[in-house]
Write a protein that binds this ligand. Sequence first.
Ligand code: FES
Length: 241
Amino acid sequence: MSKIRVCNTAEIPSNGMKEYDIEGGLKVLIANAGDRYYAYQGICPHQDVNLGEGYYDGAVLTCHQHLWQWDIATGKEIGLAEAPLEKYEVQVEDGEIFVVQSSALKVAQLFMDISDATLQQLDQLARREKYESGSTLYNIGDPTDDLYILESGRVEFLIGRDGTSPAGFVLRKGEVFGWAALLENQPRRIAKSTCLEDSVLLRLNGEEALKVLESDPASGYFVMRKLSTLITRHLASPGEK
Ligand code: FES
């Protein structure tokens, strides 16, 4: 968990919003509504579009691209929108606005239903690493030793014999990729993964994570169920993540 200063309250127009790039390469949207301030992910959960370029009336935020909308008090989707916004805790101290970030593991769908004790053990095992834009995380044929959880930034996947065909990208905090590290019969990568911008990732060794999950069978079962959904989705739309 980390607390990061974003801006001064005077910088945010009344019932308006402003976008900031903060430490760790994260884009954050700060919005004012009366005497309250809210902080959300700065990139639309639909596509790679800055929400700061959208519309905000003091209550509802609208992405200008395809008009997805969210309730500014909760981040919940309204109307056409198909996903909520990630909300950050805001603290205002002496006119300064801070956001408090929780670990990406806590919002990772793959680990959503596991016990707090097991989540804590996985969190202790995870290494938090920063990568510059253009860094290659793994290549086709590399061993599947670690899995990754996106904390901030954007990662692209390429497939094909020479690793040049686009196979999608991840940009939402908590998205897990490289999950072949949790599978027994998938010793080599079948995609190349590259950071498209400065990114922060949690990196978890697959073998160590499996040992933790084996010691808590109920949590292990939830993870394997989610993993089977990921694999099914992958089979329907190829491109390892
Ligand atoms: S990119 Fe924001 S709604 Fe489509």
